[in-house]
Design a protein. Structure first.
Length: 576
């Protein structure tokens, strides 16, 4: 699909009418299409995983079937692509190679090319791309239309929330599709970035409030903005060559769309992995990790604060928010030895303004820090061995970084869903849902299973201090549960709509809650049953719940045909 993007169809605020594609997710928690350029490529280096790190750029292939983007703990299985869980194998391999003084050259990179999906007269800014066209792509049979907000609300029943707006992609993307970063909510604005545009939309009706054209492709961004609604995104140097790197920064005020300061990374004196950066914001500080260097900038004015970690170490993952945590690989060099030894994995709490290490947690030898599910209290997932044969575990830490407990799941294998930039090898560690915690209780989704031909799962709770299982609550028939966060002593959980083949009629998705004592899920926001067809098009969605309203965003936009891709729903909002 390499034709130039077309203007979005005109429609009411927040909705562009046309023909959507009511996908039914393939087996797996949330089946997201995985383009062929993400197929396995073998990677060298001490951290090398079996061939699952999907970052090569081979010749075009037919569009593959969706794959399950899930992460299971205690469950051997292939590590998903960056649209779901992300493989750390190559990132860590690059870190180890640089620490050892060896340059690792990958098979190439893929540049995410997409366009803005605005809803007013500011048209998409995407230009014609040289990306190869997928075989078989182009005009095809007209897809079945996924209902829009007006049509959904005609079928709304008493007690069901209103579908406020549905936004469709509106852009014919080059082959392979494009990643969307965000959403970031600031007041009554929800913002996202894709290709060369960042845009803000009204949470109330979906109308576009601002649009900012960027000088080059977006290549990275923090998961969360500052408390006052500022974000700093990473941009490619340019898009004229395939070896363009992610070395520019642009600050944006998400409330107004105003562009603030910009900067260009200073290159490290040795090998610099500028194509593989990770970003996190804590307070007024942006921290950026990459192979060869770690930098911190003040978000408010762009002042460079510090640029190294203690020791021969490199950060390969970051998680921000109330606390800044960094997954770090350090090359061990015993006293008197001329050559470095093994790479030692660490999780560090970093003081954002100074870069000082406040505490360090070292997992057992052979375990890699994989995801951060909570920074306060610290809850992380660990991986042992390769991406295929490896084992998984959850570790609960005390406030000082010492081990508090290791929950034992038994047959109830926890499962998380993660999102992130597909272009980047590196990825933020704090983009997962499915595992959340407060001071006393850890809530996890379980591995999805088939019952009567449709997917379902459970939520399991563990005591944070002992790791012992407290209770298990099953999802309603034909539906799945995915914990989002803990608020007011209860876990807020996304309840998916029933699968199309479940036979369950008159039921929609929504937001439910479970407290520390379990019991039946409590309804918080009930999505209309008439929205189920549209909601099912959101394969691998990022789900937010704020101010009594829910928002689903598609983090990767792609379709089997130009029409299907252009009219694909990419955001939907519910609430009265």
């Amino acid at each position: 699909m390499s034709q130039p993007p077309q203007p979005p169809p005109q429609g009411g605020p927040g909705e562009q009418e046309g023909f959507g594609a009511p996908y039914e997710p393939q087996p797996g928690a949330y089946g997201a299409p995985v383009p062929p350029q993400y197929q396995p490529q073998p990677q060298p280096g001490p951290y090398a995983s079996p061939p699952t790190a999907p970052y090569g750029y081979p010749q075009p292939q037919p569009q593959p079937q969706p794959q399950p983007p899930t992460v299971s703990y205690g469950h051997p299985g292939p590590r998903p692509s960056p649209s779901g869980g992300r493989s750390r194998g190559r990132v860590a391999g690059l870190v180890a190679a640089v620490l050892a003084g060896v340059l690792v050259i990958g098979a190439g990179v893929w540049f995410a090319v997409g366009g803005d999906d605005g809803t007013d007269d500011k048209q998409p800014l995407a230009k014609e791309s040289a990306a190869p066209k997928q075989p078989g792509a182009g005009p095809g049979p007209k897809a079945t239309r996924a209902p829009g907000a007006a049509e959904i609300n005609k079928g709304r029943k008493e007690g069901e929330a209103k579908a406020r707006w549905v936004q469709r992609n509106g852009v014919d993307l080059p082959g392979g599709g494009a990643s969307a970063l965000g959403p970031w909510v600031v007041g009554d604005v929800v913002a996202k970035a894709m290709y060369r545009t960042a845009s803000g939309y009204s949470l109330d009706d979906g109308s576009r409030k601002w649009s900012l054209r960027l000088p080059s492709d977006v290549c990275a961004a923090p998961t969360r903005p500052t408390a006052d609604g500022k974000i700093v995104i990473g941009l490619l140097t340019d898009t004229s060559t395939e070896d363009s790197v992610c070395d520019k920064l642009q600050m944006i005020d998400l409330a107004t769309g105003e562009a603030g300061w910009s900067a260009t990374f200073e290159r490290a004196p040795t090998q610099d992995g500028l194509a593989n950066i990770v970003m996190a914001i804590s307070g007024d500080v942006l921290t950026i990790g990459r192979v060869g260097r770690t930098d911190a900038y003040r978000v408010s004015d762009g002042k460079h604060l510090w640029d190294e970690l203690p020791g021969p170490c490199q950060s390969y993952g970051l998680a921000g928010g109330a606390v800044l945590l960094a997954a770090v690989g350090c090359r061990d060099q015993p006293a008197g030895e001329s050559e470095a030894g093994d790479v030692i994995e660490e999780l560090r709490r970093i003081d954002p303004p100074t870069g000082r290490t406040l505490w360090t947690y070292k997992p057992e030898k052979g375990w890699l820090i994989d995801e951060v599910h909570s920074v306060d209290p610290p809850v992380i997932s660990l991986r042992e061995g390769g991406a295929v044969e490896g084992k998984w575990a959850i570790a609960v830490l005390n406030a000082d970084g010492t081990l508090r407990s290791r929950p034992i799941a038994g047959d109830d294998v926890p499962e998380a869903r993660c999102t992130g930039m597909r272009r980047n090898v590196g990825a933020n560690l704090d983009t997962c849902v499915g595992v959340t915690a407060d001071a006393d209780t850890l809530y996890t989704a379980t591995k999805h299973r088939f019952e009567d031909g449709v997917l379902t799962n459970d939520v399991v709770a563990f005591d944070m201090s002992t790791g012992k299982k407290k209770w298990k609550v099953p999802a309603p028939a034909g539906q799945t549960l995915m914990p989002l966060r803990v608020e007011g002593g209860k876990a807020l959980i996304y309840l998916s709509p029933p699968g199309a083949k479940s036979g369950t009629k008159g039921v929609g998705g929504g937001i439910v809650a479970l407290g520390p004592d379990g019991g039946a899920p409590q309804q918080v926001l009930r999505h209309p049953a008439s929205a189920a067809v549209t909601e099912r098009t959101f394969t691998d969605p990022l789900v937010l719940y704020t101010g009594g309203r829910s928002l689903l965003m598609l983090t990767y936009v792609s379709g089997a045909s130009d029409e299907e891709e252009t009219e694909l729903p990419t955001m939907i909002a519910f609430g009265d």
